[in-house]
Design a protein. Sequence first.
Length: 154
Amino acid sequence: MSTKSTAFAAATVCLTLAGGPANAHHSIQAVVDTSKTLQGEMVLTKVDWVNPHAWFHFSMTKSDGSVAKDVMVEWMGLSGLHQLGYSAETFVVGRTFRVAYNPNRDGSLGGHLVSLMDETNGRMYGRGFDTGAPPPPPTPPPRPQLRPVTNASY
């Protein structure tokens, strides 16, 4: 095999493998049932600030009285959370939240976050709620109009 053929084959393999992660990303509808929303009071036990999405871990008491210790609810990506003004200090572990989420299609506990309400202070987080982010800066005043200056003499 010639050097050109070997280089071409190696480049083809590299490009094929590089495309794999892009195909691996799923749509939310494939994993959770967006036509259903479940709600419950849950205690926040951990937040994973990882890419590509943040994961909130809760414990909750089920209807039969047993306690589910690791209910995982996925939310948006880290850059989106930071743009909304959220940080690792925003969500306090040990607090009780009223959680609304779209359930997993496979029947396991957890899913995708719709909204959170911190039962300590009543603050809402989620789709369409006030983010608590600082307001945008005020619009600067208009620039003064400058007179044209020319050194040309006619």
